[in-house]
Design a protein around this ligand. Structure first.
Ligand SMILES: [Zn+2]
Length: 346
């Protein structure tokens, strides 16, 4: 705010100085318009590799996407874009937030790629601050990113908060340190590097560039930006309006409360089972389900749950070999799971 006030003063002084050439004046006039400051944080760097499941560590991917995002955002008016770092260096989360504060950032976007211990998860997710205005801003911007990723064909794993074990602050350092400084910060997990569903999204420079462009578009829509050439105008675009929560928005720490599998039909000749699966969770949504023929010893790949629906009717090919049981597992927004009853097929 202080910086903007100074800019206005400088502008007024310049108008008063009639000797200033017109071209300089118009330049200053453009700068005097309220400029939005965006900080892009390429996740990790230096000795902090990030996810190193692939031969190329996460820090390299985040830097490439961040550069493309910055380049794309610079096509818009009234916007200043910074990266927290442009070299492959160690930088603490606090230093990143301090940098954002030093440039009077309106928002910090921390870019990441994900991995799960089981290697079973796939899709995109965004972590947001858990309180007040920062939550509203974070959620609304996160929604724009996930719209972009869904358009690319990625599974939407949702918008999430996570509270630290003290119960008093956000778990993720970049969100916590930015929140302390009054800056909304979100962690954008583009996709999972360790799952075949997502692998193709990061296999080529072109696909990484697409992430950068999509990230920029999400930001442009969120802030209602207009491109310098005037061809793209999000001025009348309305991002999701998120009410400011009265209390801290807690993450779900419990598994789905109820999962039931009801065999509707078993076709012995075609060897497929039709099952009505019901999964309930009072605190968050159901995201995936999987099934097992061997009483939970091995599980299928994760299948997408129809969001918002408590019940799905599923047809499962039983394939070859003796399989006389079927059991299901439902995953909620936070990947906590509950198993169903066992279905006996004999
Ligand atoms: Zn990361």
């Amino acid at each position: 705010m202080r910086k903007r006030f100074q800019k206005v003063i400088v502008y007024i002084l310049c108008i008063a100085m009639t000797a200033v050439p017109f071209s300089v004046l118009s330049e200053l006039k453009a700068n005097a318009a309220e400029s939005i400051v965006v900080v892009i944080d390429p996740g990790h760097g230096g000795s902090n590799l990030g996810t190193d499941y692939l031969p190329i560590p996460e820090k390299m991917y985040t830097m490439v996407v961040a550069q493309h995002m910055k380049e794309e955002l610079e096509k818009y008016q009234n916007l200043q874009v910074y990266l927290t770092h442009t070299e492959d260096i160690d930088m603490s989360l606090k230093e990143r937030a301090e940098f954002a504060a030093s440039v009077n950032a309106d928002f910090l976007f921390s870019l990441h790629f994900n991995m799960s211990l089981s290697h079973a998860l796939y899709g995109s997710e965004v972590w947001v601050p858990s309180t007040g205005q920062l939550y509203s801003q974070g959620y609304s911007a996160a929604n724009e990113f996930l719209i972009q990723f869904e358009e690319m064909g990625l599974f939407n794993r949702g918008i999430k908060t996570r509270i630290g074990s003290n119960g008093k602050s956000d778990y993720y350092g970049i969100i916590r340190e930015s929140s302390i400084r009054g800056i909304p910060a979100i962690i954008v997990e583009h996709c999972h590097v360790d799952n075949s569903n997502d692998a193709s999204y990061m296999q080529s420079p072109d696909r990484l560039k697409e992430f950068g462009i999509r990230d920029a578009e999400a930001v442009a829509r969120y802030f209602g930006l207009v491109s310098k050439d005037g061809k793209t105008d999000y001025g009348s675009y309305a991002p999701l309006a998120v009410p400011v929560p009265a209390n801290r928005v807690w993450n779900d720490t419990t598994a789905p409360s109820y999962v039931n599998a009801n065999l509707l039909k078993y076709d012995r000749t075609g060897k497929y089972a039709t099952v009505e699966l019901t999964a309930l969770d009072e605190e968050s949504v159901i995201q995936y389900y999987s099934y097992s023929y061997d009483n939970g010893l091995t599980w299928s790949a994760l299948q997408q749950w129809t969001k918002g629906s408590p019940t799905m009717t599923i047809s499962i090919s039983m394939g070859y070999g003796k399989k006389d049981t079927l059991i299901f597992k439902a995953y909620n927004l936070y990947d906590r799971t509950t198993e169903s009853n066992v279905i006996y097929l004999n």
